[in-house]
Every structure is written in C-alpha cells, then in structure tokens.
Write a protein that binds this ligand. Structure first.
Ligand SMILES: CC(=O)SCCNC(=O)CCNC(=O)[C@H](O)C(C)(C)COP(=O)(O)OP(=O)(O)OC[C@H]1O[C@@H](n2cnc3c(N)ncnc32)[C@H](O)[C@@H]1OP(=O)(O)O
Ligand SMILES: O=C([O-])CC(=O)C(=O)O
Length: 386
C-alpha cells in the first residue's frame, strides 16, 4: 500500500475512480453524457432516454425504449404506508427535501426484493423502482402538505409530465412538459460531484441502493450543492419584497455579510459559465417572455452582467452554475420554491444509480485516511477523579 502524506482537502482534483458516464471540461464549459453533448441531449432526448443511456450504456432503440418506459410505468405507484408516513411528515411541517430523504428510505420497506445487494440485476431493479417512484412521492408530499388528496400516476405520461400532473391535478401542456423534461435531462449526471460521490461511498460497502440514494439526497440538500437553486430564488423574492435594485441588493449584502457568496455562482470544476446554465437561461427567457412576467429572469441577468462586467468574477473563473437559472424555469411552471432542490434530486437519482451500478462492477471499498493532529500520550484519569 502506498501512503502519501500530501493532504488533499476536499479531494480537490483527485482522481478516485474511472467512469464512462459523464465528462466535464471545466475550462470551456463542456458536459457530455457517454460522449453525447449535453446541448444535443437537452434539445432532443427525453429523461427516460438519458436514464437508459446512463444505466445501459447506449441510447435505446424504439423497442428498448418501450420496454424501458413500460418497466418504469409499472413501478410508479407508492404504497399507502409510505403515503401515510409522508402525511405525518407534512403535518410536522417537514421540508420537501427532508421528506424526500425520509421517503426514499421508507420506500425500501415496500420493496419485497431482498436479493443480495451484490447482485447487479437486483441493484438495477431497485434503482429503477426508486427512480419511477420519486416523482410520485414528491408530488404526493406537496399535495399532502396543502391538504389535498394525492393523485395516482397516469400510465400514459412520461416521468416529467406525470410529475406535473400529480402535482397540479391537470395534464401539463407541451411547453410545460418539455421544460420539465429538459430540466431532468440537464440535472441527471455530473461526474463525481459531492452527492454522487456520497452515494458511491455508501454503495462501496455493498449497502443497498436505498441507502445510497438516501445518502445522495442528504448530500445534495446543502447550500454549497443542490440547495443553491432554492437560495437563488429566495434571493430574488427578497429583492422583490424590498423593491430593491438587484445589483444594489447583492452589493450591499456582500458588503454587510463577510464571505457572503452569490448562490448559483461558482463551481469546483467550471472556470466558465456552466453549459446547463446557458440552456436553462434560454428556457427561462422563453417561458418568462411567454408569461409576460420577466422580473426574475431580469434580476438574474442584471446580477450576472454586474458580476461579469463590473466585478470581474468571470475573469476569476466564477460564473453562473446550473442552479442560477433553474428557478426561473420552475417558477414559471408554478412549482413552490422548496421543491426545486427535490426536483434536482429526482433527476440526479438517475446519475447516482448509474454511478453505483458502474462502481460496483469493479468495487473497491472507499476508505481514505485523515492526518491525525490530536494530542499524543494522553493520560487517562477515571471519571470520579477528573
Ligand atoms: C449543483 C451544484 O452543486 S453547483 C454549485 C452550487 N452552489 C452554489 O452555487 C453556492 C455558491 N458557490 C460556492 O459556494 C462555491 O462556488 C462552490 C462551493 C460551488 C465551489 O467552491 P470551491 O471550488 O470550493 O471554490 P472556493 O470556495 O475555493 O472559491 C474560490 C474563490 O472564489 C470565490 N467564490 C466562489 N464562489 C463564489 C460565489 N458564489 N460568490 C462569490 N465568490 C465566490 C471564493 O470566495 C474564493 O475567493 P478567494 O480565493 O478570494 O477566497
Ligand atoms: O459537479 C459538481 O460539483 C456540482 C454540480 O454542478 C452538479 O452536481 O451538478
């Protein structure tokens, strides 16, 4: 075993695994899933096609697509026991992201397949079950906390359309379905980000898929990761509530709060604008223009222009990431702000599961070292003598 004494805080830039799922060139803002450019997938592929690509290594042909979506459709319902537990969480005013974390964990109770987690077919089946149920679970939670009856999934709708249908009770139009589906495609995978790596660490012990996905949800929830999309929209709400100028507002905030970071800005890997932000920005622009209310899109652009041109953040490699514009899209779809990060999780589950399946093909327990900096030779004194 070779042991290096070099410290790699945050594992920054460290290669810890090989993966064929997604590639990021942070210097030019390029993202590909299995060789396909994200822009092309966002324009042409559905979330279900992307799931097939990530889990099975290729885009499905028509027959494979039907079989794949058919298998998902069969798994979309969520057991009453889980819905009852969700109702309890709603009564306790739990956030949707926390409810999702608990919900994924509870789903395992209604999975009768107790195959060995080392069995790749069983792991894939569990992953498919979780992915199929997440939109149902999340939409149900939002309805329960509003005191509404939950809605069963519609067998003829895609995951994206079904989510909106189960949330609102109405079948979404094409524009809303396309926007939701595109958001799911864009968030599905992103290399070894913190939540994916978390899921891999859990799965490297051969804990089961429910444990890996539950842990992924927890890691994604933080404001340095997926939680930033909610923070961005809450910033816009604050600006609106105060009738403030967006640039003045963020400048004052930076002056007042030492170390305050613009949510949705900056990235460990990208040195330029995230390609997903570019696509979501365009979608946000179209949807806000169509609705006649462009205010949040305008705030985002004003802040971006200021940080790029006046503050020179772009020159330091700090630019909008995926979380900066997604809220402008979700808001136009009428989705509550605290559902934004759970939607990210609903999509990213596809990536977590893909990475877990891939990693377990040639599994190695993930177990790094920490440098010990504590005291040496401490003398133990019994409790009653301390
Ligand atoms: C889906 C996702 O997870 S995308 C990321 C979502 N998270 C956010 O949007 C939260 C805001 N952004 C951030 O906190 C950071 O950019 C992170 C955590 C995403 C990446 O951070 P790191 O790779 O650790 O970069 P690091 O913290 O070293 O920052 C480098 C420099 O850029 C600055 N910086 C980074 N992000 C921002 C920001 N959002 N606003 C202002 N300054 C920033 C830091 O202050 C630091 O400056 P310094 O060198 O003068 O101290
Ligand atoms: O890659 C990262 O570190 C964060 C990110 O953008 C993602 O997970 O989509």
């Amino acid at each position: 075993m070779s042991e290096s004494e070099e410290l790699h805080k945050g594992l920054e830039g460290m290669l810890v695994a090989e993966s064929a799922l997604s590639y990021i060139d942070g210097s030019v803002g390029k993202l590909v899933y299995r060789g396909y450019d994200i822009e092309e997938l966002a324009r042409n592929a559905s979330y279900e096609e992307v799931l097939h690509l990530l889990w099975h290594g290729h885009l499905p042909d028509a027959g494979e697509f039907d079989a794949f979506t058919g298998a998902i459709t069969e798994e979309q319902s969520v057991d009453d026991t889980v819905l009852e537990a969700l109702a309890g969480l709603a009564a306790a005013d739990e956030s949707p992201m926390a409810a999702l974390r608990s919900g994924v964990s509870m789903l395992s109770a209604s999975d009768s397949d107790d195959a060995d987690p080392r069995d790749p077919e069983a792991a894939l089946a569990k992953g498919r079950r979780i992915t199929a149920k997440l939109p149902t679970l999340l939409a149900a939670y939002d309805r329960l906390r509003r005191g509404e009856d939950t809605i069963e999934p519609h067998a003829d709708l895609s995951l994206a359309a079904n989510f909106l249908y189960m949330l609102t009770g109405e079948e979404p139009d094409d524009a809303a379905t396309e926007a939701m589906d595109q958001a799911l495609v864009l968030h599905a995978d992103h290399g070894l980000n913190a939540s994916t790596f978390t899921a891999m660490v859990v799965a490297s012990t051969f804990a089961d898929m429910y444990s890996a996905v539950t842990a992924g949800v927890g890691a994604l929830s933080g404001p340095l990761h997926g939680g930033a999309n909610q923070d961005v929209m809450e910033l816009f709400f604050e600006i609106e509530a105060q009738g403030a100028d967006p640039v003045e507002y963020v400048t004052t905030k930076q002056g007042d709060e030492d170390g305050w970071r613009v949510p949705g800005y900056g990235h460990r890997v990208y040195e330029v604008k995230d390609p997903r932000a570019r696509i979501l920005e365009q979608r946000g622009k179209e949807l806000t223009a169509a609705s006649g209310d462009t205010s949040y899109y305008d705030y985002a652009k004003a802040i971006e222009r200021f940080f790029t041109e006046e503050k020179g953040l772009a020159e330091r490699g700090i630019a909008p990431n995926v979380d900066f514009f997604s809220g402008t899209v979700y808001h136009q779809l009428g989705i509550p702000v605290d559902m934004y990060t759970p939607i990210f999780a609903m999509s990213r589950a596809g990536g977590w599961i893909g990475h877990v399946l891939e990693y377990q093909e040639d599994n190695r327990l993930i177990r790094p070292r920490g440098r010990y900096v504590g005291p040496e030779d401490s003398e133990f004194v019994p409790l009653d003598e301390r």
